[in-house]
Design a binder for this molecule. Structure first.
Ligand code: 6R9
Length: 574
């Protein structure tokens, strides 16, 4: 049990939009949220319309929707401008014959063109597949292949990572760049956009029609395509209102990339559905840059991750004192456990409570949160939102009493719940194996006030800097290296990144352990899979612990690493 759970920071001087809804569990009705959209009457909808065009139709088209900057660009777009640009892109897609339900991927850095592409794709009813720009060949191919993507939007520098000859279903590559080399199936974004009309018919879809597929890592097998539908917007809108606390005039900054679910649900959908001004900062993290961004735009609501807050903490208070951060009203965090230490530091240096929020790719939106009006217990994820019922259950489905550790589970359904795992119904069923519940894969306990406390992942998924990495994917890449016989990968606790990837490796005959070899193996994963999946630590072993069925026992590797008892070894090989 967490010794800190006696500590409570009360809600001070924060407003809360929750008052707009019935906040008891009995009285809450999602229909009250839906009624704020016109499609409540028509039944036909499109998230991109509700996020962008609706504001134009309501006379708010001149408001700033997007404030973008990186090392070389500094641009602003109104809702009306985004409406026109996304219409143009919708027309570009339609000209190629892309239709409702087709999968269109985006694989590029955070730039205005990325956001325009995502909105335009949704407008034609196609399903967006966002890929993080650091993905390398194999990772890109696996995802395009599994989803049967017909088109991808990318940049000239990323183009070579798309293995077209191995992807028969991929017909169109839309390239965003100054000089685009012509080729079969290649569309030059700039010239196509220049020639496209800024008016487009929106594809009105049903609430259960596809919106987005986010690939995420599990502990075994290839990444899973988590499929969400337009209906999710109810949850995006609601949580944007009651958890992000978005209000008229807010300047909101979510630091996540759309390659991860936070970067779409809360980097695109929630803020724009609520009509907020959305700040997008391109490029890589640097503390001075980040504070400069807050100061420059007068950011009022800031959503980031523990790993970033810990890095900012590590950068010290000198850098903070150089900037005016007084615009900040509300600060939030997601992705991994938010250390109480960080909450206390935030209170000291920003004068704000950093609000932890818990949810997953599969849940599509926030579920357990420290919403603004809730007294905060640092170290806890908060409480289920009104409309959401959570519990700790055992493997049989029994609800456990307070302080008992078990499976963190959510009563089904809720509006943004995933609707399938692409091509893999069996995987989908696993999450719902206990009647009436979604099993998250996290373990936690609940205290007597209904606050939830995260304990860990039940599977072996690694969480490094807030990114989920499946050990299997990394191990599979490692064994492709000519020197590697076998590999087992674990998450090793790290003060800044939460966990780092550590690989235990046995070498093939004829190879000798060396520092150079470690560096070479790590680079091999970096180049072959992605930078964030590369092991930061490698240890060579003569032999790895395995079960009789040949599975590498990661829990034994973890016990070695942490110098803990190894536990039950009844299934070990010898
Ligand atoms: C949104 C997102 C989901 C996993 C989840 C859990 C961990 C997320 C957390 C947290 C402790 C929090 N996680 N939020 N752990 N406290 N507030 O992160 O989605 O990338 O799918 O990761 O991340 O383990 O199961 P995703």
């Amino acid at each position: 049990m967490n010794q800190l759970q006696g500590e409570v920071i009360s809600a001070v001087a924060t407003s809360s939009n929750l008052g707009d809804y019935e906040t008891t569990y009995e009285g809450f009705n999602w229909k009250d949220v839906e009624k704020e959209f016109s499609w409540y009457e028509t039944g036909k909808l499109n998230l991109a319309y509700e996020a962008i065009d609706r504001h134009v139709d309501a006379g708010r088209g001149g408001r700033t929707a997007l404030l973008y900057s990186d090392a070389t660009r500094d641009e602003a777009f109104t809702f009306e401008e985004l409406q026109h640009l996304s219409n143009k892109f919708a027309n570009v897609l339609r000209d190629t014959g892309i239709q409702k339900g087709d999968r269109v991927f985006v694989f590029m850095p955070r730039t205005p063109e990325l956001y325009v592409s995502i909105l335009g794709t949704i407008k034609v009813g196609a399903v967006v597949g966002p890929l993080f720009e650091a993905f390398m060949e194999t990772a890109v191919k696996d995802r395009l292949e599994d989803s049967g993507a017909v088109a991808i939007v990318t940049t000239p520098s990323l183009l070579s990572r798309i293995k077209r000859n191995e992807l028969p279903e991929l017909q169109h590559i839309i390239v965003v760049g100054d000089e685009v080399e012509p080729g079969e199936g290649i569309i030059d974004f700039k010239s196509a956009m220049a020639g496209a009309s800024s008016e487009a018919e929106i594809e009105w879809v049903d609430r259960e029609d596809g919106l987005i597929i986010h690939y995420t890592s599990g502990s075994t097998g290839k990444p899973k395509g988590v499929y969400h539908v337009h209906n999710a917007m109810i949850q995006h809108y609601y949580t944007g209102k009651v958890v992000l606390d978005l209000q008229e005039g807010d300047v909101y900054w979510c630091t996540a990339d759309p390659g991860w679910v936070t970067g779409t649900s809360y980097g695109i959908f929630a803020p724009w559905l609520n009509g907020a001004t959305n700040v997008i900062r391109g490029g890589r993290f640097s503390p001075a840059d980040w504070y400069e961004t807050i100061q420059k735009y007068g950011v009022t609501v800031w959503y980031s991750a523990p790993t970033a807050f810990r890095m900012l903490m590590g950068a010290g208070e000198d850098v903070i004192s150089k900037y005016n951060l007084s615009s900040l009203r509300h600060v939030l965090s997601v992705g991994e456990p938010l250390n109480p230490e960080v909450v206390r530091w935030g209170l000291k240096v920003y004068g704000k409570r950093i609000h932890d929020t818990w949810w997953m790719t599969e849940t599509g939106g926030q579920l357990i949160c420290n919403y603004p009006s809730l007294p905060m217990k640092p170290g806890s994820m908060g409480r289920p939102l009104p409309g959401i019922e959570a519990a700790i259950i055992d493997d049989m489905g029994n609800v456990l009493p307070p302080y008992r550790m078990g499976n963190l589970a959510i009563k089904t359904p809720w509006p943004s719940m995933m609707r399938k795992i692409w091509n893999n119904p069996a995987k989908y069923e696993e999450y719902f194996r206990i009647q009436g519940w979604y099993i998250s894969g996290d373990s936690a306990y609940m205290d007597e006030d209904g606050y939830f406390w995260f304990q860990g992942r039940i599977d072996d998924v690694i969480n490094s800097s807030g990114e989920r990495i499946g050990p299997f994917e990394v191990e599979s890449k490692l064994v492709e290296h000519p020197a590697v016989a076998e590999a087992g990968v674990i998450g090793k606790p790290d003060p800044t990144r939460g966990e780092i990837i550590k690989a235990f490796i046995s070498l093939r005959e004829g190879f000798e352990p060396s520092e150079e070899l470690k560096a070479d193996i790590s680079k091999f994963v970096k180049v072959g899979l992605s930078a964030h999946a590369a092991p930061r630590e490698i240890e060579f072993k003569d032999k790895l612990p395995k079960t009789r069925s040949g599975k590498i026992m990661r829990r034994v590797l973890k016990a070695w690493e942490l110098q803990l008892p190894v536990g039950d070894l009844s299934t070990i090989e010898d």
